[in-house]
Design a protein. Structure first.
Length: 127
């Protein structure tokens, strides 16, 4: 994360914990920037990813109340950025990753780019 946001490695605090889904997660903090990566190893990660994307895309009214997910190409088996919550969801054949980024005062593109960089790092690891 430090490299992705242009900070020294020592400027980024990190902590491992368990998410509210009882799965492992890592939290990163650098000033007001907070990023949380949840690694969900429950069965059928791709199916759950696709269901999440479809459900977030559905709108049952004439006026859209929130932005639809934005597909991100070439990340995992599939990936989408959810602008409303500042989250990225992606999956490989074993895990569903949720990357949440809270970075007050930053542009959406910066938050999205950081989420993609973190997801790529996690997907590249051989766990």
């Amino acid at each position: 994360m430090a490299h992705a946001v242009g900070r020294a490695a020592g400027a980024v605090a990190q902590a491992q914990s368990t998410g509210n889904n009882a799965e492992p997660q890592c939290s990163f903090r650098a000033g007001r920037l907070v990023a949380v990566v949840n690694v969900d190893r429950s069965p059928q990660p791709f199916d759950r990813l696709e269901r999440g994307i479809v459900e977030a895309t559905q709108q049952f009214g004439t006026v859209r109340e929130y932005a639809a997910p934005q597909r991100i190409a070439k990340l995992g088996l599939d990936a989408s950025w959810f602008p409303e919550g500042g989250q990225l969801l992606t999956a490989d054949s074993r895990e569903l990753l949720t990357v949440a980024v809270k970075w007050p005062g930053s542009a959406t593109l910066k938050r999205k780019a950081l989420a993609v960089a973190l997801a790529r790092a996690y997907l590249a690891q051989d766990r």
